[in-house]
Design a protein around this ligand. Structure first.
Ligand code: ADP
Ligand code: MG
Length: 259
């Protein structure tokens, strides 16, 4: 089982989109995948068609409740892709966590004591909020690795040093084995010179950390959540589907030691 936190404190860079669609692409490869929505906005849950009133057992309960929630089967290839949704309860969790003795370790402990089904997951992807708050720290403490979506725009690298500092701090204090899974460029427009320049800069700065796969800006990707579908279900042959499939293969290859 491998736990990956999808994190970047900037909003709108593709965290939620990557959580859903990388998850779907790993599931398509036959992996059993659990998505944990750790953003109080609950976009992963909404994007997969779980209405707010159907979110009885949520990531809030996972962190602060008495018993672990049962994951919900999502996606067309149901049976492979599961979700622990979020609702607005999570908005107060950050404050409640501060009062808790094990404040940074609650998600770590919960995911490792999730009941008989938990051990069956090959991958757990955690969609983090756009902040370096205690929720994100919980995700990093729980995870084996952090995957960072980076929007291919002029200010792409700005804010990254802060994120890296947080990762270093989590390593020092709580999770020495935490790795950086990789950085994935999102919403790239390859016909655009600025996008090409940003990609070149990011690769020069971060080298091997950057996935070869680049997620293009693709309108089908942004439409899929309004149909409560992953891009692989909504438009399996789209450029967006192909890109997330390629990313999933890279993630798998990194873990199968072929890196
Ligand atoms: P975050 O979770 O980091 O805030 P999202 O994944 O919600 O970011 O993406 C922000 C917005 O950009 C959403 O409206 C989403 O549909 C859109 N989006 C994300 N990735 C793409 C893409 N590759 N092509 C087009 N639109 C995208
Ligand atoms: Mg999001």
């Amino acid at each position: 089982m491998r736990i990956i936190a999808i994190a970047n404190q900037k909003g709108g860079v593709g965290k939620t989109t990557t959580t859903i669609n990388l998850g779907a692409a790993l599931a398509e490869q036959g992996k059993r995948v659990l998505l944990v929505d750790l953003d109080p906005q609950g976009n992963t849950s909404t994007g997969l068609g779980i209405p707010a009133d159907a979110r009885k057992n949520t990531s809030y309960d996972l962190l602060l409740g008495d018993s672990a929630p049962d994951p919900i089967a999502v996606g067309l290839g149901a049976g492979q892709l599961w979700l622990i949704p979020a609702n607005t309860d999570l908005a107060s969790a950050d404050i409640e966590l501060h009062a808790h003795e094990k404040r940074s370790f609650l998600l770590h402990d919960a995911l490792r004591h999730m009941g008989p089904d938990a051990g069956d997951f090959d991958y757990i992807l955690i969609d983090c909020p756009p902040s370096l708050n205690l929720l994100t720290v919980n995700a990093m403490v729980a995870a084996h690795a952090v995957l960072v979506p980076l929007q291919a725009e002029f200010y792409a690298l700005e804010g990254l040093s802060q994120l890296m500092m947080t990762i270093r701090e989590v390593r020092t204090k709580a999770n020495p084995g935490l790795r950086i899974e990789g950085v994935v460029l999102t919403m790239a427009d390859m016909r655009n010179r600025l996008s090409q320049q940003v990609e070149a800069d990011v690769r020069q700065t971060l080298g091997d950390l950057v996935f070869q796969s680049v997620i293009p800006r693709n309108v089908r990707i942004s439409e899929a959540p309004s149909y409560a579908q992953t891009i692989l279900d909504y438009d399996p042959l789209s450029k967006g589907s192909q890109a997330y499939r390629a990313l999933a293969l890279e993630v798998l290859a990194r873990h199968e030691g072929t890196r």
